[in-house]
Design a protein around this ligand. Structure first.
Ligand code: ATP
Length: 385
C-alpha cells in the first residue's frame, strides 16, 4: 500500500529559483500517475523531493499518512529509474538486477528467486548471463526496470525512462510499462515532457507549468475539458487551433465564420460579450464533401489547403485564414513553442478522414463542429466552456 500525498510543497533553490510552487497532489495507491510539462517546469525537482534526493523547502510529503520530509532516501522504500538507466556495463544482467539486494545483504536464495521472478516478468531470462553491451536499448531499459522491481518497493519513480530509445521502441515500451505496472499494481509516478506519452500511459496526469499545477485529470478529461489555454494547447497532437473571436449577443464571430451559438453553450456563457479566444481541435473541422448526408447543418467556410500531411489513417490539412492573432495568443504560441501565425494570416490544421482526397491548392468547404468548440477568457486564459 502506498498513497503519496504532496501537501502544498514548494522548492526554492539557494539562488532564489522557485522550481516548485505550492504543489498539492494525491497519488492513489496502485495508480500510474504522470507528471508532464515543458522543460524546466519543475517535474524532476518534484520527483527528487519525493524520493529524497532534494530537500523540501516548504510543505509536506506523506506516504500512507507518514510524513517523509526528512527520511533518508534509503528508508523511503522507493525505486527510481532514470533516463540514463545507470546499469553497470561490467556486470551481467543477473548481477545488475541482483545488485540492490546484495547491497541490502539479502540471503542468496532470496536474491536468486527475486531476480529469476523479475526476469520472467520482463522476459529477460535468456539474457541473464549477458553483459549490457550486447543488449538492445529496450532490453537495457528492462534491466533497469528489473533492478527496481527486485526491491519490491512501495513506489516506482520514473524520470523520462524512455527518452533514450528510438521512436518505435519508445512506443512499444510504453505498452510494456503499462502492462507491467498493472500487473505489479505498484504506485508509480512517471515524469515526461512528452504529452503523448503522458496521455497513453497514465491513469491520471498532472500538467505542470513554471512550478505550478495547471490541471490534474484522466487523459480524457484533460483532452475534452482543458481548464485553461495552456493545457488546451499542450495536450493533443496536432495541437488545438486557436482563433480570436467575438461574442455578440447570441452569435460567435470567428475570422472565417459567424454562427449562432448552440443553446447549451449560450447558457454556459451566461450573457458574456466581447472578445474571447476560440479553441478548435483539428478533428472538429470536417470536409463537407465527406460529411454524411444526415449531418446537421453546421457553419461552413471555404479554405485553400497549403500543406497536406498524409498519415495513413488520417490526413492533416493545413490552411490559412485571414485575421490577426492577438497578443495573448502570440505569447501562448511562444510558451508552447509553436508557430501559429504569419503577419495577417492564421494557420490552422484540420484532421480529415483517411478517405480525404484533398491535395495542396484545393479549395475545400469546411464544416465546424460548434458543439465541440472551446472558448477562453482573453485575459486569464481560463476556459469559459
Ligand atoms: P526537464 O524536462 O528539462 O528536465 P524539469 O521540468 O524536470 O525540466 P527541473 O529540472 O525540475 O525541471 O527544474 C525546474 C527549474 O529549477 C528550472 O528552472 C531549473 O533551471 C531550476 N533548477 C533545477 N535545479 C536547480 C538548482 N540546483 N539550482 C537552481 N535552480 C535549479
Amino acid at each position: 500500500m502506498a498513497e503519496i500525498l504532496i501537501d502544498n510543497v514548494t522548492k526554492r533553490f539557494p539562488d532564489g529559483t522557485e522550481a516548485v510552487s505550492n504543489v498539492s497532489l494525491t497519488i492513489k495507491d496502485g495508480e500510474f500517475f504522470i507528471l508532464v510539462g515543458p522543460s524546466g517546469c519543475g517535474k524532476s525537482t518534484l520527483l527528487n523531493m519525493i524520493v529524497g534526493l532534494e530537500e523540501i523547502t516548504q510543505g509536506e510529503i506523506r506516504v500512507d499518512g507518514q510524513v517523509i520530509n526528512t527520511l533518508d532516501p534509503k528508508d523511503r522504500n522507493m525505486a527510481m529509474v532514470f533516463q540514463s538507466y545507470a546499469i553497470y556495463p561490467h556486470m551481467t544482467v543477473r548481477e545488475n538486477m541482483a545488485f540492490p539486494l546484495k547491497l541490502a545483504k539479502r540471503p542468496k536464495e532470496e536474491i536468486t528467486q527475486k531476480v529469476n521472478h523479475a526476469a520472467t516478468i520482463l522476459e529477460l531470462t535468456e539474457f541473464l548471463d549477458r553483459k549490457p553491451a550486447s543488449l538492445s536499448g529496450g532490453q537495457r531499459q528492462r534491466v533497469a526496470m528489473g533492478r527496481a522491481i527486485v526491491r519490491q518497493p512501495q513506489a516506482f519513480l520514473l524520470d523520462e525512462p524512455l527518452s533514450n530509445l528510438d521512436a518505435k521502441l519508445r512506443i512499444q515500451m510504453r505498452t510494456e510499462l503499462s502492462r507491467l505496472q498493472k500487473r505489479l499494481g505498484t504506485t508509480t509516478i512517471y515524469v515526461t515532457h512528452d504529452q503523448s506519452e503522458a496521455m497513453t500511459l497514465g491513469d491520471r496526469v498532472a500538467i505542470l507549468r513554471q512550478g505550478k499545477v495547471q490541471q490534474v485529470g484522466t487523459p480524457r478529461e484533460l483532452y475534452t475539458t482543458p481548464r485553461n489555454l495552456f493545457v488546451a494547447g499542450f495536450i493533443g497532437s496536432p495541437a488545438m487551433n486557436f482563433l480570436p473571436a467575438q461574442l455578440e449577443s447570441e452569435y460567435l464571430i470567428l475570422p472565417m465564420a459567424k454562427f449562432k451559438l448552440p443553446a447549451k453553450l449560450r447558457d454556459r456563457l451566461s450573457n458574456l460579450q466581447g472578445s474571447v479566444i476560440a479553441g478548435i481541435r483539428p478533428e472538429h473541422f470536417q470536409d463537407v464533401a465527406l460529411a454524411g448526408e444526415d449531418k446537421e447543418t453546421l457553419p461552413t467556410f471555404k479554405a485553400t489547403v497549403d500543406v497536406i500531411e498524409w498519415m495513413g489513417a488520417d490526413v492533416y490539412a493545413h490552411f490559412e485564414i485571414q485575421g490577426k492573432i492577438n497578443n495573448r495568443l502570440q505569447s501562448l504560441a511562444k510558451d508552447l513553442e509553436v508557430e501559429t501565425t504569419q503577419d495577417s494570416a492564421i494557420r490552422l490544421v484540420a484532421r480529415l478522414g483517411a478517405s480525404s482526397q484533398a491535395t495542396e491548392g484545393d479549395e475545400l468547404e469546411m464544416q465546424l463542429d460548434v458543439h465541440k468548440l472551446h472558448l477562453f477568457d482573453t485575459q486569464s486564459g481560463e476556459s469559459l466552456t
